[in-house]
Design a protein around this ligand. Sequence first.
Ligand SMILES: Cc1cc2nc3c(=O)[nH]c(=O)nc-3n(C[C@H](O)[C@H](O)[C@H](O)COP(=O)(O)OP(=O)(O)OC[C@H]3O[C@@H](n4cnc5c(N)ncnc54)[C@H](O)[C@@H]3O)c2cc1C
Length: 385
Amino acid sequence: MLSTNNYDIIIAGGGLSGLSLAWNLAKKGYKKKVLVVDSTFAPGNKKTWCFWDSSSPPFANIIYKSWRKTYFSAPEFDSFLYMNKYQYHCIRESDFKEHVLTELKKHSNFTLLEENVLDFSSNKNKAAMVTKSSETFLADYIFQSIFEPKSKKKVKYPLIQHFYGLEIKTSVPVFDPGCFTIMDFDESFSDGTAFTYVLPFLNNRALVEYTVFSRKVFDTKKEYKEKVRSYLKERYNLEKDDYEIKRKEYGEIPMSDKVYPITYTDRIFNIGTSGGLTKASTGYTFLRIQKFVDELSNNLLAGNSITSPELSKARFKYYDLLLLHILDKQSTTSVRVFRDLFKNNSIDKVFDFLSEDTNFLEDIKIMSSVPPMPFIRAISRNPKL
Ligand SMILES: Cc1cc2nc3c(=O)[nH]c(=O)nc-3n(C[C@H](O)[C@H](O)[C@H](O)COP(=O)(O)OP(=O)(O)OC[C@H]3O[C@@H](n4cnc5c(N)ncnc54)[C@H](O)[C@@H]3O)c2cc1C
């Protein structure tokens, strides 16, 4: 007899990738038994996921805010940039969780379990998950986004995108809710590449985030907070008492050449950030997760074998590697590369390129619009992938 702890699939980690996979399976009519486990399903609001899209964005009905205009600022160039092809969208974690969990509760073959996962194991026939309360759950496959798998290759550029933001409410209108700030570089910072990112939701409410690309995070959150506060003073003339902090957001996203293995062990697959779905040179992950779980859910429904995601063509992986080299070795040069990228190309073209949606000729055109020497040096240090 089958134990009640037996499932066809276990989705371990009910964050962005786990819930997106569950959502896809449920909406596409998957009828087998699925267990979704997370330490908590409480609708926290620790993240805002942003992405650009040119057609019909995923989760369109819970998009919190969209923009077509952005502000970019680097030494010797600053400009308002207008998107024609794309829109930049933002989804709040709390809305996403509530939306997906409400849907999953309508499907009797989906079970939600709030538990801490301790470990996985597997053999040729089954995968097992052990929780903190010492229960074991079995399945044909586990898709996990909890533990980071070990890299098979030495990591050359272990960069981190680390950021800290304050969502603030001001008593008077100060923001233009029609224009977000994509990058406002901090020239004074030299231990990496740093900029501020601003998402204005209303004319008196915005998320203002200090972001750094470097090898090491700051020692304390206070250091980031001071950067945000001085930005608010400099750019918006806002003193501490002029705003109320409604929410804080801190994050670390890997930006590295780490090669993520597709499987954790037999029958246990890595998804999300743990599955290497982050674009190494930008940290953007949201849309790549959506693309991956769409394909994965189609394969599961069709009973096909599960294959490794081919999200990036080799040449784009190589461009990422070159950019990582520049970000790691030369922070002032990195800023010049970003400056010329945004100065000499339309923002739609930049997004095409970062979405890996350009052809080789377009790549050459874009790359010849930025300083060549840093790339030549990066190529000499990285003759191949
Ligand atoms: C603050 C922040 C903002 C971001 N913003 C963007 C953005 O704007 N655009 C973009 O493209 N990318 C963004 N990212 C990157 C990426 O999209 C997110 O990190 C995304 O959440 C990754 O999805 P995931 O499923 O891999 O991990 P998660 O969403 O973190 O899911 C992992 C889940 O595992 C659960 N878990 C962990 N340990 C255990 C355990 N032992 N037992 C049970 N459950 C456990 C956690 O509770 C969590 O729900 C952001 C990242 C952060 C940290």
